[in-house]
Write a protein that binds this ligand. Sequence first.
Ligand code: ATR
Length: 282
Amino acid sequence: MQEISGITKMAALLGSPVAHSLSPALHNAAFSELKIDAAYLAFDVGEMELGSVVEAFRVMGVMGWNLTMPHKTKMIDYLDHIDPVAKMVGAVNTVVNTEGQLTGYTTDGAGFVAALRRQGLDICGKKVVIVGAGGASRAIVVQAAHNCADEIVILNRTVDKAEKIAADIDAEVEASVRGSEFSQRQLAMEIENADLLVNGTSLGMGKTAALSIVEDESILPHQLTVADIVYEPRETKLLAQAKSAGCRVMPGIGMLVYQGAEAFRLWTGKDMPQAIIDRFAR
Ligand code: ATR
């Protein structure tokens, strides 16, 4: 880590809990490598305290910060400007403080697309099937639509939520976006001619580690790339199934690291060194 001086800039993570976050190590490694006089710290901040912390950061000249649970929606109330993608997603995970003017972005979807590109997949012109209709799925769908995906299908247990995302997005982009029910039959039918399958649910994480959105892996065609937003465990049941079916896979850790790299670029105007991204993504 670099020495802290009288002019060291600060970046931060606000959320609760934050103790196990990868972000401080990632950003500090990049600041150090690029000799940027800045430090990144994580703060455990509850919902009631967000407003006071943001006002303090604004006047203190904190260069920018990331938001995680539970602040991604509430942060919007404190912004001066919001990026159109973040507006469509309805969530902000990165704030840039320019002389007291706060602009909000979401880098979750951009991070996902960048991580895919690193795996050799450009989603422009492709068919994407995503299971789940929570905040993470919405961010990916909006970004995929902005990155000229041709067709996006959202499959969800509660079909209304999938249809709501499709309706919110369809009018503003050229991609065809539709929502449908999540069933094994529907999934098999949609992925038959798809390029990318994304698990946007929490299935496969923690207590559900033995589960997957796919019951029978023989439905996975080998041309499919399979991505998971779950990053703990690193290799989810879904990714293991996809590998054994001969599919290319993208683990959730890739999205996590690249969303950090996108935030880093917004704050510093510099690309995070590829060697650092690759090291953390492993
Ligand atoms: P986040 O905002 O972090 O993406 P979320 O809002 O909790 O998380 O969304 C989780 C998504 O995973 C939801 O779409 C949820 O389906 P419902 O909308 O029907 O609740 C989906 N999900 C969670 N557990 C699931 C399971 N066992 N099978 C299928 N879908 C599941």
